[in-house]
Design a protein around this ligand. Structure first.
Ligand code: PLP
Length: 394
């Protein structure tokens, strides 16, 4: 069979990496005794790149709920909710989410990726316009593609640029779907949501906010940047994932639209994929209960984030954003980033290596995600591993 030309570019990157003898995409965690520790290449390793912000993957109540569901409802649903029907837990979780966000209704998707795909492609189609932040997550870009709508990017976190582009749409601006994220996953920077809501109100357009990286931590009750900025009631659709603070897999959208129930049937990523298994639903429902009263966990996460940020700042690294659960160390050079990442792994610390085109501004970066489950000693050990690097720091 002839080589597929579409795969040549990917193959070239892999070959470049394997020539150096480092494979950042083939990491295998041999054992995972806790949310912050893994065994990698036989070496005890601190996990600082998991997005497990609250450490709930090992929460005893979530595990008990999952175990009970596994035993009473089996391992999987073996099909989509449209074809096979919903289990009671699917709908109960949707009602839990709607209550938590004080929104009319919710739709649960099988991943956060599918939530963005599903919502954008159900809300917009050919002839419509979607306005997205230039630094949007791939799932937002892919949702736009699936929708077939005209997609316009505005400058990252720039409400004035959005307003300018909305004005150019004339009467169509009122139907344009605006999509932003609460916290951006690569650098951990926050959207100026109050100002984005002002733009949305000026044009009467719907606004969707992806709170994947802010759910559970920001805002008084952990409802994200929308709550923190006091605009949750004005956000039309909040999208999120169970795969970070809720310690599981799945995605959701909550909203006040009377069409929420219809939207699910117009959403191919909802209709044509298997629904979440009972254990996932049960553990997520429990995690959501934990989240509502998780002030102590949130405080521990803030303390850990501040400690890591201060430690790396003192070492002279260029950091992506003010103290936050995502602490990104910016490194201009790709090869340098790769070697640094490998150095950290060999010193018992796992972080995410992020390279263009997945990163903003063509930067390569080492992305740490802090967990409430990290101990201060682990945070200090992460800083010590960074300190042991003798190569360039930017
Ligand atoms: C902003 C954003 N939205 C959506 C997703 C997708 O979430 P999931 O992992 O549940 O598919 C991610 C994942 O990293 C994300 O960062």
């Amino acid at each position: 069979m002839k080589e597929n030309p579409r795969l040549q570019a990917v193959q070239a990157v892999r070959q470049e990496l394997s020539a150096i003898g480092i494979d950042p995409f083939g990491v295998r965690i041999e054992r995972i005794p806790s949310p912050t520790e893994g065994l990698i290449d036989g070496r005890p390793t601190i996990l600082a790149g998991t997005n497990n912000y609250l450490g709930l993957t090992f929460d005893p109540d979530c595990i008990a709920a999952a175990r009970d569901a596994l035993e009473t409802a089996g391992t999987g649903t073996t099909g989509s909710r449209m074809a096979n029907g919903s289990y009671a837990g699917h709908r109960e979780l949707e009602l839990d989410l709607a209550r938590y966000f004080s929104k009319r209704d919710a739709i649960v998707f099988s991943t956060g990726y599918q939530a963005n795909l599903g919502m954008i492609s159900a809300l917009a189609g050919p002839g419509d316009t979607v306005m997205i932040d230039a630094d949007s997550h791939a799932s937002i870009y892919d949702g736009c593609r699936l929708s077939g709508a005209n997609t316009i990017r505005f400058r990252h976190n720039d409400p004035a640029d959005l307003a300018k582009r909305m004005r150019r749409l004339g009467a169509d601006a009122a139907q344009a779907l605006i999509v932003v994220e609460g916290v951006y996953s690569m650098l951990g920077d926050r959207a100026p949501l109050r100002e984005f809501v002002d733009v949305k109100n000026e044009f009467g357009a719907p606004l969707m906010v992806d709170e994947a990286h802010s759910l559970g931590v920001l805002g008084e009750q952990g409802r994200g940047v929308s709550e923190e900025a006091g605009v949750l009631a004005e956000v039309d659709y909040v999208v999120g994932t169970f795969s970070k603070r809720l310690g599981n897999t799945g995605g959701f959208c909550v909203g006040d639209s009377a069409d929420m129930d219809v939207l699910r049937y117009a959403s191919r990523p909802y209709v044509f994929t298997a629904s979440l298994p009972p254990a996932t639903i049960a553990a997520t429902r429990q995690a959501l209960r934990t989240l509502a009263g998780a002030d102590a966990l949130r405080q521990r996460l803030r303390d850990n984030a501040a400690r890591l940020h201060a430690g790396l700042d003192a070492l002279g690294f260029r950091l992506g954003a003010p103290p936050n659960a995502v602490v990104a160390v910016l490194l201009g050079d790709k090869l340098q980033a790769l070697k640094f990442w490998d150095h950290l792994l060999k010193h018992g610390v796992y972080v995410n290596l992020m390279m263009p085109p997945a990163t903003p501004g063509g930067e390569s970066l080492l992305r740490c995600s802090v967990s409430a489950a990290h101990t201060p000693a682990q945070i200090d050990a992460i800083c010590a591993a960074f300190a042991s690097w003798t190569g360039a720091k930017a």
